[in-house]
Design a protein around this ligand. Structure first.
Ligand SMILES: [Zn+2]
Length: 69
């Protein structure tokens, strides 16, 4: 599983150079702001606003509320 695919299946992604960005699902009032940066090389995500970050498993756990892929 690729983190870009995992997040892209759930959120709208926008290309940003060799990275991707999206609207962060982990904080409120995030509607119009692409603060979630996804790094395909490192397979990580980071939100510039709320500080949410991690890899595949953290995203899945936090987004789906389940503990494993
Ligand atoms: Zn956030």
């Amino acid at each position: 599983m690729d983190i870009v695919k995992l997040i892209g299946d759930r959120l709208t992604l926008e290309e940003n150079g060799n990275k991707f960005k999206s609207i962060c699902p982990f904080h409120i009032n995030s509607e119009d702001f692409y603060t979630l940066l996804i790094d395909p090389e490192k397979q990580t995500y980071t939100c510039l606003k709320c500080g949410a970050h991690g890899g595949l498993e953290e995203f899945y756990k936090n987004y789906e509320g389940k503990t494993s892929l």
